[in-house]
Design a protein around this ligand. Structure first.
Ligand code: PEP
Ligand code: MG
Length: 753
């Protein structure tokens, strides 16, 4: 069954359009299960009817003509209940209805399964048989599995069709793709798709600008591959027999103009750029081979794919460099990373769209700090077809509008104007203290990464840096920055904020933050080699960083060092040992520096339980609520499929936060929060009420939080906390907070996320 399933899915993938794909499914299901008929009904969202879209074994002219209400007949029953229906004798079921148009009167048995994508039922797939039988469990499991795969194909086809539709209709069609809000703001620009190199599947569609030139590039790349293969063939000639060497010839022949090469040229002449043409031809040939029953031939699919990749890598050598960027770039990628942001000059980068990721991904956090409107988790966008299209990004709502109409553009320009007015209204607060109506002070610090964050943060009245993500400058280079380079960047930060403190977190890579020159291959990156685990394993990296920080602090004395991802007391002791070693060295080298305060981030459950023991060993604690939420709730902060389950207001998270502050204060150790929760006005009020000594957030949220703090008394905040701590679900906490902010008159200050 598994083999059949796989080959059906491959055949479906290779089908030229959705109609053909559905045709393949019904035919192959019918043959494999030896049933009498197979049919697929799909929901028409406009009429809300189930329409027969493919059949085998029923009247073919019924296709597109049979329409059922969603509650009608057995098909309707499967749709409404979203569960399989397996009947030995269909006519006996109370919902049975006979549809003469399909010619189904002769059938006895019925098995229908829903086609479900992301909780919505897209249609129903069914098989019927003449003889009275109950379809066995294996058949039922097969149908359910196939329907789940078909759902993905349908969702993709729908999205692809939408893009094609707008390309045909021009700017009048209002089409929208939904994702999650990654960073607030609205942007209008041209989509530029980033894709991993030498990955055929990631190559986007682009028009061929000059057919002859593209064909020339193809021939040049093929020649280079040919030379590589010939070189390999002659290298092995003494070790290989005639037959094996023949395999190299097969390879070379595939590349001839009248074989695969000819098809590539045809596609280029039809308008596709050379990389896209190669992608299509290779994928068509790979699917044909993969579907073959003969194992030897099936294996040849690997050879063709490999050949395609080799050609592609030579094409990309040439084409990667010559890319011209539009004035206003909206960067689009399957999974954008912080490193991608460095590929486009800041003055051209107006927006980001990432198919994967959530608002807690590092790319979103960085985008917020850089104030680049961003949509994440827009998993349905056929992004490869967006290249070159004008798009609007709504980073408030997490929506993307390709090829917008004039009218839509005007509407969004209004939103931008309103936002500007609101921010300038808050700017008056920059120089006022962050204190409640009853004079409780809570310092608001800023989270930084880039030097460009500095000026904006100071302008908005940040009282120092609560989290400097030092990995960000590491991502902007193509190798580890030297001690001197680091010292220079750190010094600029320290000088800019002096005498206020600058809390520098030691290198925190791993998880969703990779350095291009330091690959980490973890199957489970958030539970793997990350943060302090890496730097303790590489003292040479750690010591250089600490030395650079210490040297940079000479004469300023406003450095604080913070350790990320601590899960045990041992890690803290080891890190402190290195920090003391670096300090001694620097002093011996003649630098007049003081020992900085050292702190620990509380971002995993183990650290929550041991917060007191950790507090005994360091000068301060700071809660990374982003990671703490992910680890407490077991929700990958980067995975858009579970983003709905990620709640920083979850009662379990709030209880953990309260417990950390209590334990830290038992040791008289100051404690702050530097995760995104601190930048949410409501979150900030709750944290203040819990007793947190300071909060750190991205510059874009400082004024909103300050405004909220200045609107309430500490007593009111404590009252709100008391009410919230009694609630036992995240949803209810959120609705309670929404009601409270209205009552307190701070609803307009809602966080920029
Ligand atoms: C956190 O985890 O809350 C945090 C502040 O660190 P980062 O978001 O960089 O992982
Ligand atoms: Mg973290």
């Amino acid at each position: 069954m598994l083999g059949t399933l796989r080959s059906i899915v491959q055949e479906v993938d290779a089908a030229k359009d959705l109609k053909a794909a559905l045709g393949v499914v019904v035919k192959r299901v019918q043959n494999s299960l030896e049933t009498s008929a197979c049919a697929i009904y799909l929901l028409d969202p406009e009429t809300n009817q189930l329409v027969l879209r493919a059949v085998d074994g029923l009247k073919i002219d019924a296709i597109d003509n049979v329409r059922l209400q969603t509650s009608q007949g057995l098909v309707g029953q499967v749709h409404t209940r979203a569960e399989p229906l397996n009947l030995e004798y269909a006519a006996e079921h109370k919902k049975f209805q006979y549809f003469p148009e399909t010619g189904e009167e002769a059938f006895s048995s019925f098995l229908g399964v829903p086609i479900v994508h992301h909780r919505s039922v897209l249609g129903v797939m069914l098989v019927q048989s003449m003889e009275r039988r109950r379809f066995d469990e294996e058949v039922e499991a097969f149908m359910i599995t196939l329907a789940s795969q078909l759902a993905v194909v349908l969702a993709h086809a729908k999205a692809t069709g939408t893009i094609q539709e707008i390309s045909r209709q021009g700017a009048d069609a209002l089409v929208r793709f939904d994702g999650a809000a990654g960073a607030p703001g609205v942007a209008i620009g041209k989509a530029v798709v980033v894709f991993p190199l030498a990955d055929l599947d990631a190559v986007p569609d682009r028009p061929a600008r000059d057919h002859d030139y593209e064909i020339e590039l193809f021939h040049a790349a093929v020649d280079r591959v040919r030379r590589d293969i010939e070189a390999a063939s002659s290298k092995f000639s003494s070790k290989l027999g005639v037959e094996e060497r023949g395999l190299f010839d097969v390879y070379l022949n595939i590349l001839n103009d009248n074989a695969l090469g000819g098809e590539v040229m045809q596609k280029i002449r039809a308008g596709q750029w050379v990389q896209g043409a190669l992608r299509d031809v290779i994928s068509e040939h790979v699917s044909v081979f993969e579907m073959m029953d003969d194992e030897y031939l099936r294996e040849r699919a690997t050879d063709i794919r490999d050949l395609g990749r080799r050609i592609l890598s030579y094409l990309q050598d040439v084409q990667h460099e010559v890319r011209e960027l539009p004035e206003q770039v909206v960067l689009v990628g399957e999974e954008l990373t912080p490193a991608n942001l460095a590929e486009v000059p800041r003055d051209r980068l107006v927006g980001l769209i990432s198919l994967r990721g959530s608002k807690n991904s590092h790319v979103a956090i960085l985008a917020r700090a850089m104030e680049i409107p961003t949509v994440v988790g827009a998993s349905d966008i056929p992004y490869r077809q967006l290249e070159g299209l004008e798009v609007i990004i709504d980073g408030y709502q997490g929506k993307v509008f390709p090829s917008p109409s004039q009218e839509l553009r005007a509407r969004f320009n209004e939103v931008v104007a309103e936002e500007k007015a609101m921010v300038s209204g808050l700017e008056a607060l920059s120089d006022l203290p962050s204190e409640t109506l009853d004079k409780h002070r809570i310092p608001l610090r800023v989270n930084t990464g880039l030097l460009s964050d500095v000026a904006r943060s100071i302008q908005r009245g940040a009282e120092g840096v609560g989290l400097y993500r030092t990995e960000v400058p590491f991502m902007m280079t193509d190798r580890f920055p030297s001690e001197n380079q680091q010292e220079e960047v750190y010094r600029q930060h320290l000088e800019a904020f002096a005498p206020n403190p600058v809390t520098m977190r030691t290198l925190d890579v791993g998880g969703d933050k990779e350095l291009p020159y330091f690959p980490i291959n973890d199957a489970n990156p958030f539970l793997g080699w990350r943060g302090i685990r890496i730097t303790l394993d590489h003292p040479e990296i750690f010591l250089v960083q600490i030395r650079a920080m210490l040297k940079a602090s000479e004469g300023l004395d406003n450095l604080r060092i913070m350790l990320p991802m601590i899960t045990s007391v041992t890690e803290v002791e080891e890190a402190l040992h290195h920090i003391h070693q670096a300090y001694q060295e620097i002093r011996e080298e003649g630098y007049d520096v003081i020992m900085p305060a050292v702190g620990v981030m509380i971002e995993v459950p183990a650290a929550v339980y041991q917060a007191r023991e950790l507090a005994q060993r360091v000068d301060f604690l700071s809660v990374g609520s982003n990671d703490l939420t992910q680890y407490l709730l077991a929700v990958d902060r980067n995975n858009s499929f579970v983003a709905d389950l990620y709640h920083s207001h979850h009662p379990a998270v709030l209880k953990a936060l309260k417990s950390v502050v209590n334990k830290a204060h038992l040791e008289n150790t100051p404690v702050s929060v530097c995760g995104e929760l601190a930048g949410d006005p409501c979150g900030a009020l709750l944290l203040m009420a819990m007793g947190y000594d300071e909060l750190s957030m991205s510059a874009s949220n400082i004024l909103r939080v300050k405004s909220a703090v200045r609107h309430v008394t500490l007593k009111q905040a404590k009252q709100l906390l008391e009410e919230v701590m009694l609630i036992d679900t995240a949803g209810l906490v959120e609705s309670h907070l929404n009601a409270a902010i209205k009552e307190l008159g701070i609803e307009h200050m809602e966080a920029s996320l």
